[in-house]
Structures are given as structure tokens and as C-alpha cells.
Design a protein around this ligand. Structure first.
Ligand code: TPP
Ligand code: MG
Length: 572
């Protein structure tokens, strides 16, 4: 736990003084210890010593134009890399601006550290510049929030924050570090510097082995089982374990959130459109790493007769909103692998017996697909959002990460766009935050320059954080942004018209006809607009070829509404 040589010693040519290190440099060392190689930030006088430390540690400093973007990007970085993300913001408004990003990470169970500046301790509660009770503010939306009170313990507190962030279901953590603590120097040997890989457990728990056996028994005996793979399957990097389970036991798999792509479209166990049918008719339903929240109708949409098993990283999620027959807590990937192994030990695994169930579901999937195909390929103008989604889906490669950020246009795309592999889908998660798209694209390109990134935005959603398109230009982070532009906040408009009629239904949700293609060009990116359906694909190709951050502004039909919007499922 003692400090090793640092490149940030205060200069002492005579060599008589002990080597010292500053708080900001200790932050950078602690981030490095966790494997973080980029931070997202908007500057302020309180926090600049952290940048100086990052230079020494080889950590890239990505400076954005709004702190909300920094926080969302840290969330996105965590999701893409599997390591925590870090956003660094200044005191007061810098920290309050980041609140939405932290809140989004909480609901999405994403491990990110927000570091906020604060006035010096000797000005505590005197009314210093940008002073606010940041820790109180952050407590309800983090797993851990604390001030750091001495320079010596800066790195120690950062490691404590990571311990809290990464234990159980991950989530955001917050540290407030005063200006004097960051700028202060302490003798190197007095600084607490936990060693990489040695300050937190690495347990991937399978929970109670007896429960693993119980679940294996349930599954081998099941006639009509199905599994829903949720975001934690990706969090735990459990795609292989999940695939192995459904292959070995011959079980249809549905995927949601970040687990989309766990199985590629076309895989014999990949099912998509028949979820409701399966939930109504299954005898065993295994819910993996996703809560019974609004996206699941709070569990009410599962057959009452079915045996329902829930597996989650968070004990607070298991059995919440709906009774379960069996609940398991632990690393969902490790649990699925253990269940497969246990099932393989049984005399009859029952895989063949489930064939008629899979065949029936597959036939239903195909029927639904054929039924909607004409809607996907409709060649009328203004462009229908389903056609746009279909074109994007066909444009995706095995190496494309898809990000959805918008209302109705993204709801449409959810049923159509199929990522081709694990970790290739990002959405805000259950907080439903508009504006995550640009920061997620930024984080993904910073962390994984090898990935192609395609973002589908609503015009309303894009405009919340779209200025950071410029950051993507500045850091040369090419991506393909598509704006489904209907000049409205359509998802809200629909319900408003239903409730208050045409005349009053468009108050507060009408946007201008903004040419986002020109916006992209002004900021140094690639941009073009599309009005005809057959022009979508060529425009996407040109954006890909441009090698720049790009925005394709697609004018879509403002009078087309997604079924999910029309029956307002999100509120039920
Ligand atoms: C930060 C934030 N503000 C407001 C909302 C509420 N909201 C949900 S959908 C929506 C409309 C989004 O409009 P747009 O992105 O243009 O998509 P469209 O529905 O028009 O396709 C709004 C405002 C939200 N989810 N997040
Ligand atoms: Mg819109």
C-alpha cells in the first residue's frame, strides 16, 4: 500500500526534500489502477490538477461541451469496456449538470465514477465559488457518495468508490474532492496507493449450489421453457454461457436491453417477435438479469401457471413486483454456466422433447415477419420510420454498434433493428433519458476505435446534447448518426392529441424543421439530407465512406406512430 515512483514529484534539484505527490496526480494513479485510459470532463479551476495527473499516467482527457455529456460518456465507456468509466466535473453547476448522467447510470446499473470539485476546506461553508452540498445531492442516485478530506487518502478513496461501484449489480459512485486536497502535495511515502488488482474482490458468485441443481432440474423437465436474457448478461460478459445454456437444453431465448445480440439473428435459439406468445404459453420462464419493471409490465404479462425463475446480480430485484418460484443472486454468467454443467449431469436433458415448442414458436415468428415485411419496405414519401429502421438494420455489419436515442422513431426501430453480436446495442436503459446518443457514440469510439458506430436519433433527443458532435469532430471520432426528423417530440405529441384534441395537442412538442445535415457540416463533419426511401442506403454508404462524424438528416412522416406509443405501453 505504499506509493511507488511517481513522475509528478515537485522539482527539488538539490535532492534534499522528500518526493511529494499532489491529490490530482493521486486521482490519476487510482484511475490507472482500475484500467481507465480516458476521462470525460468539462474544465474548471477546481479540478485541473487531475488533468495534469492524467497526462503523466497516459490517460486521455476528452473535454466535452456539457457535463451531462461527460457523465453519459462515462456510463457508455463502462458499458463498452467492462471497466468503470470516469467523468470529472467542476464544483457547483459542473456537478449539477452531471446529475442526469449519474441518474441514468443508476437505473442502467452502469459502473461509473463521477468526481466533482469543491471549494477548499478552509472556506468550508463560507460561500466559496460554486459551493453546493454535492454529496447530499448525489446520495440518492449513487451507490456511494463521499467527500475526500485528505490528500494522503485520495487514491484510497477512489479505490473505495470502485469497490462500492462494482460489488453486486454495478452502479455510479461520486467523490467530491476539494481544491486544496487536489492541489495539495504530500510526501510520496505517506500517500495511500492501493495496488492494481489488490483492493477489491474478483468473486463471480454462483450463489447457493443447491439452487443451481434446482434450476437444472426445472429446466431438464420443462416442456415449453423460455429464457429472457437481460442487460446483466452483457454486464457479466455472459453471452457465451447464455448461448451454451440455450443450445444444450434447447430453449428459445429472447433478449432485451444490452443483452440484445447475445445470439445473432438467424441463430436457431434467437427469438424476437413472439415474446408475448412465449410468455403466455411457457411452462417455465427464466428471467435473467432484468427487473420486472415497466418494460416487463411489472411481471404481470407472464403466465400465472408458469414456473418463474429469476436470476439477478441484485438481491433487491429478485421477486420484486412479482412472486417467483425460484430466485438466484450472483453473477448471471457464472450461474448460467453452472446450470448448464449441472444439467449435463442428468440422465435425460430433454432437448428433443422441446423441439415441437421451438418449431411452433419459429413458425409464429416467420408468420409475423412475413406479415410486416410490406411495412418495412414501403416506398412512399414522406419516409415511414419503419422503412428507415429496416434500411439501418440492413446496413449494420457484424462490427457495428447500434445506439438508439429518441422517442417514437427509436420505439419503431426496437422491433426491427437486430444487432449482430453481443455488446452491439446501446440504449439509455430504464431511465429513458433522451440525449444519451452523442455521448454514447463518443465513448464507444474512444474506447473501441475499431467498432463502427451507428446512432439513430429522434430530432428532439439529438438536440439535447448534439453540440458534442463538435467534440467528436475535434477528437476525430467518426460515427454515422441518423436523425429521424419529424419536427416533433412525436412520442409525447401522440398521447397529447388523444387527450386534448388536435388544437391543443401540439402545444409544447413542436420543433423547428432543423437541417441537421447542415449543422454537421458547420461543425466540420459530414452531412446530407434524405427525403426519398431509396436514398437512405446510398446516404448511409457515403457517410461510412466519409470517415468523419456524420449526420444523415432523414425527413420522416410526422403522422406515423409506433404501436407502443399508440397504446402508451410505457405508462401501463
Ligand atoms: C431527458 C428527457 N426529457 C424528456 C423526456 C420525455 N420524452 C420521451 S419521448 C420524447 C419525445 C422525443 O422526441 P424525438 O427524439 O424527436 O423522437 P420522436 O418521438 O419524435 O420520434 C420526450 C420528450 C425524456 N424521456 N427524456
Ligand atoms: Mg421527433
Amino acid at each position: 500500500m505504499t506509493a511507488t515512483a511517481s513522475t509528478n514529484q515537485q522539482q527539488d534539484p538539490a535532492g534534499t526534500e522528500p518526493e511529494t505527490i499532489s491529490g490530482g496526480h493521486l486521482v490519476a494513479k487510482a484511475l490507472r489502477a482500475e484500467g481507465i485510459d480516458a476521462i470525460f470532463t468539462l474544465c474548471g479551476g477546481h479540478i485541473i490538477d487531475i488533468y495534469d495527473g492524467c497526462i503523466d499516467e497516459g490517460i486521455q482527457v476528452i473535454d466535452v461541451r456539457h457535463e451531462q455529456v461527460a457523465a453519459h460518456a462515462a456510463d457508455g465507456y463502462a458499458r463498452v469496456t467492462g471497466r468503470p468509466g470516469c467523468a470529472v466535473v467542476t464544483a457547483g453547476p459542473g456537478t449539477t449538470d452531471a446529475v442526469t448522467g449519474v441518474a441514468n447510470a443508476l437505473r442502467a446499473e452502469s459502473p461509473m465514477l463521477l468526481i466533482g470539485g469543491q471549494g477548499a476546506l478552509d472556506q468550508h461553508r463560507m460561500g466559496s465559488l460554486q459551493d453546493l452540498p454535492h454529496v447530499d445531492l448525489m446520495r440518492p442516485i449513487t451507490k456511494f457518495a463521499s467527500s475526500v478530506l485528505t490528500t494522503e487518502r485520495v487514491a484510497d478513496m477512489v479505490s473505495m468508490a470502485f469497490r462500492e461501484s462494482l460489488t453486486g449489480a454495478p452502479g455510479p459512485v461520486f467523490l467530491e474532492i476539494g481544491r486544496d486536497i487536489l492541489d495539495g502535495h504530500v510526501p510520496l511515502e505517506r500517500a495511500v496507493l492501493p495496488s492494481p488488482g489488490r483492493y477489491r474482490a474478483s468473486t463471480k458468485s454462483i450463489g447457493d449450489p443447491a439452487d443451481i441443481d434446482r434450476l437444472a432440474d426445472i429446466l431438464v423437465k420443462a416442456e415449453r421453457p423460455c429464457v429472457l436474457l437481460g442487460s446483466q448478461v452483457w454486464t457479466c460478459r455472459g453471452a457465451e454461457a447464455a448461448t451454451e445454456l440455450v443450445r444444450t437444453l434447447n430453449i428459445p431465448a429472447f433478449m432485451n436491453g444490452a443483452a440484445r445480440g447475445t445470439l445473432a439473428p438467424g441463430d436457431p435459439h434467437h427469438f424476437h417477435q413472439t415474446r408475448r406468445h412465449a410468455f403466455n404459453n411457457a411452462d417455465v420462464i427464466v428471467i435473467v438479469g432484468t427487473p420486472f419493471d415497466f418494460r416487463m409490465g411489472y411481471g404481470k404479462r407472464l403466465s400465472q401457471e408458469a414456473t418463474v425463475v429469476q436470476i439477478d446480480m441484485d438481491y433487491r430485484t429478485v421477486g420484486k413486483n412479482r412472486d417467483v418460484s425460484l430466485g438466484l443472486v450472483g453473477d448471471v454468467g457464472a450461474i448460467l454456466a453452472a446450470v448448464t454443467e449441472a444439467a449435463q449431469g442428468r440422465a435425460d436433458i430433454g432437448a428433443g422433447r422441446r423441439e415441437p415448442w421451438l418449431k411452433a414458436l419459429r413458425a409464429e415468428e416467420q408468420r409475423m415477419q412475413e406479415e410486416r415485411l410490406p411495412r418495412l419496405t414501403r416506398d412512399t414519401a414522406p419516409i415511414h420510420p419503419l422503412r428507415l429502421a429496416h434500411e439501418i438494420n440492413q446496413f449494420l455489419t457484424d462490427n457495428t454498434l447500434f445506439i438508439g436515442d429518441g422517442g417514437d422513431v427509436v420505439t419503431f426501430s426496437g422491433g426491427v433493428i437486430q444487432p449482430r453480436g453481443p455488446g452491439l446495442w446501446m440504449d439509455p436503459g430504464p431511465l429513458g433519458t433522451l440525449g444519451v446518443g452523442t455521448p454514447f457514440a463518443m465513448a464507444a469510439k474512444v474506447a473501441r476505435p475499431d467498432l463502427e458506430v451507428v446512432g439513430l436519433f429522434g430530432d428532439g433527443a439529438f438536440s439535447l446534447t448534439g453540440w458534442d458532435f463538435e467534440t467528436m469532430v475535434r477528437f476525430n471520432l467518426p460515427f454515422i448518426g441518423v436523425i429521424g426528423n419529424n419536427s416533433y417530440m412525436n412520442q409525447i405529441r401522440y398521447g397529447q392529441i388523444q387527450k386534448y384534441g388536435e388544437a391543443r395537442g401540439e402545444i409544447g412538442n413542436k420543433l423547428g424543421d432543423v437541417p441537421y445535415d447542415k449543422f454537421a457540416q458547420i461543425l466540420g463533419g459530414y452531412g446530407e439530407e434524405v427525403r426519398e426511401p431509396d436514398q437512405i442506403r446510398p446516404a448511409l454508404e457515403r457517410a461510412r465512406e466519409s470517415g468523419k462524424p456524420a449526420l444523415i438528416n432523414v425527413w420522416i412522416d410526422p403522422n406515423a406512430f409506433a404501436p407502443g406509443t399508440m397504446n402508451q405501453t410505457m405508462y401501463k
